[in-house]
Design a protein around this ligand. Structure first.
Ligand code: TNX
Length: 543
C-alpha cells in the first residue's frame, strides 16, 4: 500500500513540476515577488558578474554555483562604482545600511541585467539563493531569468541548524555540504555539537588525551537503546576535527555568511573528557571509558567535579576554543547534568558548603557562571540549554529551549532571550512517519507539517508582552541513530526545508509550501545527490 502511495506521489510530483515551471516557486517564500512585464534576462558566457571589491569571495561563490547548476561560466569584473551599470550581466550593488532590514536584499531582473542590492554578506548570499531558484537545474549554453522584482528579508534574526558529530562523526566534506544546505535555505547559524559522553571531537592541544583517549570509543551499541539484550559492535570508533579542518570549515562558512557556534558540553555529558582525565570526575580512582551506548542521563555518565584541576581545565579548553572560533556566541551545554554524583561525593559537598551554595542546582549555576565569566572577558556571549535557567544564572546568557512553551515563558519572564528548539517538533532525530518500517529513529513523531506549522513565538509569550524575547529557532540533529551522512540527509529533508520557511516567512501556507516543495526542492535534493524522506505528503495532516 505504502509503495503504491509512493509511486503515485512521485507521479503527481512530475505533473506539478511541469505545471510550475512557468510560475515562480521560491523556498523560503520571499516577502514580495512581482512578475514584471519587461523582457526576461538572457545570460551566457559573455555575461559577467560585476561586484564591489569587498564582496569578491561572494561573487566567486555565485559564479561557481551558477556553473554547477547550469554549466554556464560567467565572467567576473570588479567595479569601483557598483551603481554604474555598464553592460549585460549580474550587478552586486551595495546599499546603505538603512535601505534594508538585516540580511535583506532586493533583486530586479529585466532586459539585460540582474541587479542585486544588499548591504552585507548575508544579504547578497540570500539573494543568490533566490536567484538560483529562478533558473532551472539544467546544463545549457544560455540561461533565461524571468523578469521579476523581489524584496525580501527574514522574520527571525536567529535561524539555525545543529549537528551532533559525537554520537557519529562525519567527514569534513559532509560538514561543508551541510553548511551548503544551510546557506541554500537562508539559515544563518550552524550549531556544532563537538563534545559529549561518546567522544571529544575538537582538537585540544592543551590536553592531548582528550584526543588520544577521549575521541575514541571501544564499541558502539547496535540498534535501539531500549532493545534488550543490548548488543555492541565491538569496533573502535571515533576521530576528531583537527585545527586545520576547523579553520577550513570556518572559512567555508564565512564566505557563505554562516556563523558557526561551537559547543563544548559541560558539566554533564562529559564522560569522554573524564575518560581522558579522571581527575575531572567525582570518582577519580575509577577507570572511566568513553561511553559506548546512548541515553546516559542519570545513569553512567559521571559529571565534572568542582576542583582546581577542573576549573583550570575549563579555562584552558574554552580559551583554545575561542582562539579558533570567531563567533560571539559560544555554547557551553549545561543540559541533563545529573545531580546524583555531586550528592554522593563528600568533596563536592564540602565545596558546596565552603562556597555557601544552596544545593547542587546552585553548583551547576556556579559552573555555568565560571565559564560565562571567562567568555565575557573574551567578549563572547554564553549560550546554554534551558537547564541552565534552573538556578540564578546571569540573564545575559542566551537560552536554547528544547522543552515546551511553558519553559520558554518562564525563561522569558526571568529576562532571558531564547532560541526555540523544542523537541516537539524541531528534533529531527524523531520519526517523521508512523510507518513501522520507517528507518530507526530515537522515538516520537515530528512530521514535516508539524515543523512547518509550529508557532515559534508561543501564544503565552505574546500575551505576556514577551514576544521580543524569542530571537529565532533551530532544528536539532542528534545522531545516535544516524551512522552515515545519507541517514542525516534522510532525517533532515524535507523537515529542514519546512523549518527554513517557518523561520523566514511571515506569510505561510502549508498547501502552497507543498506545491513549491514538489516544484523546486525535490529536484534540488536530487541535484545535490542527497537522500530525503519521500512520504511527506502521506504523513502529517492530523496523522
Ligand atoms: C537529549 S536535548 C540531549 C541529547 C540527546 C537527545 C536525543 C539535549 C540538550 N540533550 O544529548 O542526543 O536528547 O533526542
Amino acid at each position: 500500500m505504502i509503495q503504491k502511495i509512493i509511486i503515485s506521489i512521485c507521479f503527481m510530483g512530475w505533473l506539478i513540476v511541469a505545471k510550475a515551471q512557468s510560475t515562480i516557486s521560491i523556498i523560503p517564500k520571499p516577502v514580495e515577488v512581482k512578475v514584471l512585464k519587461s523582457k526576461s534576462v538572457n545570460l551566457n558566457e559573455t555575461s559577467k558578474i560585476f561586484y564591489p571589491a569587498e564582496f569578491e569571495k561572494q561573487a566567486i561563490y555565485l559564479k561557481d554555483e551558477f556553473q554547477k547548476q547550469t554549466g554556464v561560466v560567467l565572467g567576473l569584473t570588479k567595479t569601483e562604482s557598483s551603481n554604474k551599470i555598464v553592460s549585460n550581466g549580474i550587478f552586486l550593488i551595495v546599499r546603505p545600511n538603512n535601505a534594508f532590514k538585516a540580511e535583506g536584499y532586493s533583486i530586479i531582473a529585466q532586459n539585460s541585467e540582474v541587479r542585486i542590492m544588499a548591504n552585507d554578506i548575508r544579504g547578497f548570499i540570500n539573494a543568490f539563493q533566490t536567484l538560483l531558484q529562478l533558473i532551472p537545474i539544467k546544463q545549457q549554453s544560455s540561461i533565461t531569468i524571468p523578469a521579476v522584482s523581489i524584496v525580501d528579508y527574514p522574520q527571525f534574526s536567529y535561524r539555525g541548524m545543529h549537528l551532533d558529530v559525537v554520537r557519529h562523526i562525519f567527514p569534513v566534506d559532509y560538514i561543508k555540504k551541510y553548511i551548503d544546505y544551510l546557506t541554500f535555505h537562508k539559515f544563518n547559524t550552524f550549531h556544532w555539537h563537538l563534545t559529549d559522553d561518546q567522544g571529544w571531537r575538537f582538537e585540544t592541544t592543551s590536553y592531548p588525551k582528550l584526543n588520544s583517549i577521549g575521541s575514541w570509543r571501544d564499541s558502539t551499541l547496535i540498534g535501539h537503546f531500549k532493545a534488550t539484550p543490548a548488543r555492541y559492535d565491538g569496533k573502535r570508533y571515533g576521530g576528531y576535527y583537527t585545527k586545520a579542518d576547523i579553520k577550513e570549515i570556518l572559512n567555508y562558512a564565512k564566505v557563505r555568511g554562516i556563523t558557526v557556534i561551537p559547543e563544548l558540553d559541560i558539566p554533564g555529558h562529559s564522560r569522554a573528557a573524564i575518560a581522558a582525565y579522571p581527575q575531572l570526575s567525582t570518582k577519580p580512582d575509577t577507570t572511566w571509558n568513553v561511553a559506548t551506548t546512548w541515553g546516559m542521563y542519570n545513569r553512567q555518565n559521571n559529571v565534572l567535579a568542582p576542583n582546581d584541576f577542573t576549573f583550570q581545565f575549563l579555562k584552558d579548553i574554552f580559551k583554545e576554543l575561542t582562539d579558533l572560533f570567531p563567533s560571539t556566541y559560544i555554547h557551553i551545554g549545561g543540559d541533563e547534568c545529573s545531580k546524583l554524583w555531586w550528592k554522593q561525593d563528600a568533596k563536592t559537598q564540602a565545596f558546596i558548603k565552603q562556597n555557601k551554595l544552596k544545593d547542587e542546582v546552585a553548583l551547576q549555576t556556579y559552573f555555568i557562571e565560571f565559564v560565562a565569566k571567562q567568555l565575557k572577558q573574551m567578549n563572547r556571549t554564553t549560550v546554554g540549554w534551558h537547564e541552565i535557567t534552573e538556578g540564578d544564572v546571569d540573564t545575559s546568557a542566551l537560552i536554547m529551549n528544547w522543552a515546551d512553551d511553558a519553559k520558554a515563558l518562564s525563561a522569558a519572564k526571568k529576562g532571558f532571550s531564547i532560541i526555540m528548539t523544542p523537541g516537539k517538533p524541531f528534533y529531527f532525530d524523531h520519526y517523521q512517519s508512523k510507518d513501522p518500517n520507517d528507518s530507526l529513529a530515537i522515538h516520537g513523531y515530528n512530521s514535516t507539517e508539524a515543523v512547518y506549522n509550529y508557532q515559534i513565538i508561543p501564544e503565552a509569550l505574546k500575551k505576556a508582552g514577551l514576544a521580543h524575547k524569542i530571537i529565532g529557532g533551530q532544528g536539532n540533529v542528534w545522531t545516535e541513530y544516524m551512522e552515515w551522512s545519507t541517514k542525516v540527509d534522510y532525517m533532515i529533508f524535507p523537515r529542514m526545508t519546512a523549518l527554513s520557511e517557518n523561520l523566514w516567512s511571515k506569510n505561510k501556507n502549508y498547501g502552497d509550501f507543498l506545491k513549491r516543495l514538489d516544484a523546486v526542492m525535490i529536484s534540488r535534493y536530487e541535484f545535490w545527490k542527497s537522500c530525503y524522506f519521500k512520504d511527506y505528503r502521506v504523513w502529517g495532516k492530523g496523522k
